[in-house]
Ligand binder design. Structure first.
Ligand code: SF4
Length: 332
């Protein structure tokens, strides 16, 4: 039996569930599970592309914070980004060896997924490095940065890194939720600002533009729009854009689509219903709910050779180990 202190919704949580409910269990309900320590460590196991995405986002945060405070976006952040990327790769190799030798996983730090499994993937590592360099270099001359330099940075919301507290709202009837009952919905926007009467929400994209990624980002941005509506912004004034950093992207935030918002509400409610059916709220002696218990068997594994190959939880998932029989078993 595993548990978590909260039940909530986020774009990442939904994506994890859509990929495989068992992966959601490992990611969000690990406390008390026999594989608790490993599950929590594996949650930080990333692909080179994902690591590149995190570093790009963090570097842009550094640059935009500088723009807010000093009126200047520092050039050359690509070099810092690549240095950080390479340093993380070096640390990851050492950390992976520790875990592969059977020692306790370290409580912090990201580990590259393929390092954990002792696989060399020089090409993927180089692709990640190229993505860091390409996205951060292109951002310096992007239409987005050109526009942002003309805005009043006093009208920006806080620019957040991955480790900051993510903004959230309680899903309630005033936003159109019928059944959420206080569900926390997280809105990890990359940039939010007021400008000439509009309220603009941006999500930086480091991958390539595809039909699938566009659909996914519409859902993501609609949830951010709900957060803005919760803050009192009118839907007519909210504009959103998924900004692809490795394309020659125009600055073109579009009005928030009411159908996307309705779809986001329906999806959040549907997911809330799933988690309410599969978790048990545990109250303390005063009746306050202190955690939600979950049984991993209520979160069915959906083994699939492609999904399991890149799933961080493969080593603690019986179904995933069957798909990749013979590979390193980190849980042993
Ligand atoms: S290894 Fe496969 S079946 Fe197991 S949690 Fe991951 S995606 Fe699901």
């Amino acid at each position: 039996m595993g548990s978590a202190m909260h039940r909530s919704w986020s774009h990442t949580r939904q994506e994890t569930y859509d990929r495989c409910p068992r992966a959601l269990y490992f990611a969000y309900f690990p406390w008390g599970d026999p594989d608790q320590n490993l599950a929590r460590f594996l949650r930080r196991a990333v692909t080179p592309e994902r690591l590149a995405g995190t570093i790009i986002h963090d570097m842009i945060v550094i640059g935009l914070r500088n723009l807010m405070r000093r009126g200047d976006y520092p050039l050359g952040l690509a070099k810092n980004g690549i240095e950080q990327y390479d340093e993380t790769l070096r640390i990851s190799l050492r950390m992976a060896k520790t875990v592969r030798d059977g020692r306790k996983p370290p409580p912090e730090g990201a580990c590259l997924f393929h390092h954990l499994y002792g696989v060399e993937d020089v090409e993927a590592e180089q692709r990640g490095r190229d993505t860091v360099e390409g996205c951060l270099t292109m951002f310096e001359t992007s239409a987005a940065l050109e526009f942002l330099k003309t805005t009043d940075t006093g009208q920006w919301e806080r620019v957040l890194t991955d480790t900051d507290n993510i903004p959230s709202f309680d899903a309630g009837w005033e936003l159109g939720f019928d059944s959420a009952g206080g569900l926390r919905v997280y809105a990890a926007y990359d940039l939010a600002l007021s400008h000439e009467g509009d309220y603009i929400l941006i999500d930086w994209k480091t991958g390539s533009k595809s039909g699938k990624s566009i659909l996914s980002s519409r859902r993501q941005l609609a949830a951010y729009g709900l957060w803005a509506m919760c803050k009192g912004k009118s839907i007519e004034k909210i504009k959103v854009q998924a900004y692809y950093l490795n394309e020659d992207e125009p600055w073109d935030p579009q009005p928030l689509n009411a159908t996307d918002v309705a779809n986001a509400i329906a999806q959040i409610e549907a997911h809330d219903a799933v988690e309410r059916a599969t978790t048990t709220p545990i109250p303390d002696r005063f009746g306050t709910i202190v955690k939600y218990e979950a049984d991993r068997n209520d979160f069915p594994a959906k083994p699939d050779v492609v999904k399991c190959r890149f799933c961080a939880y493969r080593s603690i998932c019986a179904a995933g180990r069957e798909v990749f029989e013979g590979e390193l078993d980190l849980a042993s």
